[in-house]
Write a protein that binds this ligand. Structure first.
Ligand code: SF4
Ligand code: SF4
Length: 162
């Protein structure tokens, strides 16, 4: 190494340290940008989420036809739907509709084939828990059955023509 290179290296090192310290010191006089989530945000975080945000799934059982399309399209078997023929009611009923949100990867493949939009994403996202079983969402109350929604012929025609 020549004498010139030696002093050039010293100069470059000093310049580098000076630039780094300038940036560091500039942060001493800036306001902190830390956001105190969740209780001190200017607005509730859910209100700031975009309309197409994918939070927990929800099923509107009033318009679920029990077609099983969502269950069949889930690539990792998060959804379990059970139906049976109810002898007293003389029709097919839903006895179970569970979604395991602990497994769900929010891909949306279950929402796309739903003929009525019954299964959809919400803006709920706070799922941190030590008990994964608490993320198993059941949409048919225990020991109850739900009669699947049947679209009227007119509604079906409107859907087809839309
Ligand atoms: S979002 Fe994807 S992973 Fe989650 S239940 Fe629907 S299909 Fe399954
Ligand atoms: S939520 Fe939609 S896709 Fe799933 S069973 Fe009900 S109607 Fe069919």
């Amino acid at each position: 190494m020549t004498v010139t290179e030696y002093f050039t290296n010293i100069k470059d090192t000093a310049t580098s340290i000076f630039e780094g310290m300038t940036i560091t010191l500039s942060h001493l006089v800036r306001k902190p940008v830390t956001i105190q989530y969740p209780d001190r945000t200017p607005r509730p975080v859910k209100e700031t989420l975009p309309d197409r945000f994918r939070g927990f799934l929800k099923v509107d059982m009033e318009i679920c036809t029990a077609c099983l399309a969502c269950m069949n399209d889930c690539p990792i078997d998060c959804i379990k739907i059970v139906t049976k023929k109810d002898e007293a009611l003389k029709e097919r009923v839903l006895t179970q509709f569970d979604i395991d949100e602990a497994k769900c990867m929010y891909c949306g493949l279950c929402t796309e084939p739903c003929p009525t939009g019954a299964i959809h994403f919400t803006k709920e996202f706070e799922g941190a828990t030590e008990d994964l079983s608490s993320l198993l969402f059941s949409f048919v109350p225990e020991n109850q059955v739900i009669i699947p929604y049947k679209a009227l012929k007119k509604e079906k025609e409107e859907t087809v023509n839309a």
